[in-house]
Design a protein around this ligand. Structure first.
Ligand code: SF4
Ligand code: SF4
Length: 182
């Protein structure tokens, strides 16, 4: 973790505000979000400090943090914020920005994200076996949770064939619009 002072990057602040549609200036560092975060113990910066990094325009530190990738998107922070800031959405925006800038600190999580989104774009939903194969291909992590596969197969939780949804074109349109906005 670097503590060297960084320039106050106002463009970065404005970009996070615009993409998350949240007023970051409302955060007064009460720490409620951090107190409720179930994975804060594993973070390099607790979630209120991530908010502070964004408020003070410290782009490099915010985007290269491990916290934004370890976030479980559970939204506890959002429900606990007294100022109605959708903190989970801010974390989500930071992950997308980090991905675009190619500074993903948790490579395996980043690879899972990419495989997940590719599966949704391809089928309109997640095809679990395809997702797993894609993830293994990207990371070489062959045996992650492989012990759960037989039970998941038995319970019908892992389909052997991909089934595209009916309105697949609409889902692909969402991805296209997202890319056009970047
Ligand atoms: S959404 Fe992320 S940052 Fe917020 S409480 Fe859940 S795990 Fe923590
Ligand atoms: S709960 Fe809201 S106001 Fe409090 S530190 Fe977190 S983001 Fe800021």
């Amino acid at each position: 973790m670097s503590s060297s002072p960084k320039a106050f990057d106002t463009e970065f602040i404005a970009e996070v505000q615009r993409e998350s549609e949240q007023n970051l200036a409302l955060c007064y560092q009460c720490g409620n979000c951090t107190a409720g975060c179930p994975v804060s113990f594993a973070y390099d910066y607790p979630v209120n400090q991530i908010m502070r990094l964004v408020q003070t325009g410290r782009k490099q530190e915010a985007l290269s943090s491990h916290a934004i990738w370890l976030c479980a998107s559970c939204e506890t922070c959002t429900t606990r914020c007294p100022n109605d800031i959708d903190v989970a959405r801010v974390m989500d925006v930071l992950r997308h920005m980090a991905r675009r800038e190619n500074i993903v600190s948790e490579k395996a999580v980043g690879a899972f994200w990419k495989a997940f989104l590719e599966s949704v774009e391809k089928h309109g939903r997640v095809f679990e076996l395809g997702l797993m194969a894609n993830y293994v291909g990207k990371t070489g992590r062959m045996f992650t949770d492989v012990d759960l596969a037989p039970m998941a197969l038995r319970k019908g939780k892992l389909g052997l064939k991909a089934h595209d949804i009916k309105k697949l074109a609409e889902i692909r349109g969402i991805f296209d619009r997202y890319r056009e906005q970047k």
